[in-house]
Design a protein around this ligand. Structure first.
Ligand code: NZQ
Ligand code: ZN
Length: 391
């Protein structure tokens, strides 16, 4: 295991009706003027936004609103939010929605205290200062409610890039699993896929002797395999939703990723798909991961064989561990298909003829130097082959 520092200061408030305490938690973390940030309408339709406002009113906290965050959030709305925060002297950004809303809120919070272009942060500058962020989560997926990361797409060039900093970790995150019951099945499944991706990308490590985090990841993956189909069959199953929601947070606040190198090649390759085709990030991952894993398999066959045996119940073939490793990837792929995720470019809405463009933006766009690096380093040629495997 490698040395590590684990810093995850978010206060998680979990359970039924907890959104009604939003005002109390904004006050506890010293917010006095709030920007309520939300998405395309689900929070309005469900009445959630009204409950949040009532809760803020109850604490005497004033607020301004900015809705309209699109999935795969764009830079344009971030600039608008920054402007509002500066002009209205906002000191707290409250995200009501999913990963896209939360990431947009984090970008606004960072940009509001920065004199330069907020995009600098998405080109590698570490975020040192930001307004406080709080979240009311409505979809179990991205894990942004407990992460120090934000992913935004710059409209000029459609570069989808991430930024990092401990100061954008939410001060609090309100997690009411019942709020996720209104999700369309496809979004529920995309969320399940993303959560599993966050676990897999940590499992694929080059660090030896990381049994504790290996076992935690396996436990969370087994939970997803158990609860995923239950929630797809019965969207109102509160307990299944609750287990998935907490698994989603645990999968990405890095408690299961400490002390080990991590992969993230699947995420980096997928981000170009959701940037270009505006598909759900989780759906893009469902198509990307089997291809990337198969391509990376020879780098450490035993790692893939281990997860195949421990998580997917495959029989270890000692004479041919590669067969076991491949059986594990196939079992994962079949699971994703069974919950309604796409299996190839066509089902995702991606086009073979776009591959050169995807590879160019992936390997050279916005300051990249010709390759990406994770479990292994992948150059243009590797990435082209991987995208072709998804056809
Ligand atoms: O905009 P509204 O109307 O709210 O609709 C949303 C959106 O269309 C809908 N939705 C959310 N909660 C709902 C609901 N519909 C009905 N009932 C509810 N309770 O679901 C759609 C997807 O929402 P979105 O926020 O985009 O989903 P998700 O949480 O999967 O976030 C995806 C974004 O997060 C990024 C992804 O790249 C993508 O841009 N990621 C962020 C990470 C981070 N910050 O740590 C890590 C992840 O790996 C990921 O890259
Ligand atoms: Zn993800």
């Amino acid at each position: 295991m490698e040395n590590f520092e684990f810093y995850s200061p978010t206060c998680f408030v979990f359970g039924k009706d907890t959104e009604n305490q939003a005002g109390k938690y904004v006050k506890r973390f010293n917010g006095s003027k709030v920007l309520i940030h939300y998405g395309g309408g689900s929070a309005v339709r469900s009445g959630l936004l009204d409950r949040i406002k009532k809760s803020l009113d109850g604490e005497g906290i004033s607020y301004v609103e900015l809705g309209g965050v699109k999935p795969n959030p764009r830079s344009g709305l971030v600039y608008e939010g920054i402007d509002i925060c500066k002009k209205q002297r906002v000191d707290f950004v409250l995200a009501v929605g999913g990963g896209s809303v939360i990431d947009s809120a984090k970008a606004i919070a960072a940009g509001a205290l920065y004199d330069g272009d907020f995009w600098d942060y998405y080109q590698g500058k570490w975020i040192e200062e930001a307004l406080s962020v709080g979240t009311v989560l409505t979809i179990a997926a991205a894990g942004s409610e407990g992460s120090g990361d934000s992913v935004v797409t710059k409209e000029e060039g459609m570069f989808k890039r991430d930024a990092h900093g401990d100061v954008i970790r939410p001060k609090f995150s309100i997690l009411n699993p019942a709020l996720t019951q209104t999700l369309p099945p496809y979004q529920t499944a995309a969320g399940i896929t993303d959560i599993m991706a966050h676990l897999y990308e940590r499992y694929l490590t080059n660090t030896e002797e990381v049994e504790v985090t290996d076992r935690l990841i396996e436990g969370l993956l087994l939970t997803m395999i158990h609860e995923g189909p239950r929630v797809i069959a019965d969207p109102d199953n509160y307990q299944a939703r609750a287990n998935i929601m907490w698994a989603g947070t645990m999968a990405h606040n890095n408690s299961v990723g400490v002390g080990r190198s991590q992969d993230w090649n699947s995420h980096t390759i997928e981000h170009e798909l959701s940037a270009l085709y505006d598909c759900a990030h989780g759906a893009g991952l469902a198509v990307t991961m089997p291809a990337v894993f198969t391509y990376q398999l020879s780098h450490n066959v035993m790692r893939f064989a281990q997860i195949a045996v421990r998580v997917w119940g495959c029989q270890m073939d000692f004479a041919n561990p590669e067969a076991t490793a491949k059986a594990g990837i196939e079992a994962f792929r079949n699971f994703l298909i069974s919950i309604g995720m796409p299996k190839n470019f066509e089902e995702l809405g991606a086009k073979e003829e776009d591959i050169p463009k995807l590879v160019d933006i992936l390997c050279h766009g916005d300051g990249r130097k010709g390759s990406i690096s994770g479990f292994i380093t992948l150059n243009e040629d590797d990435c082209t082959k991987i995208y072709k495997m998804m056809i």
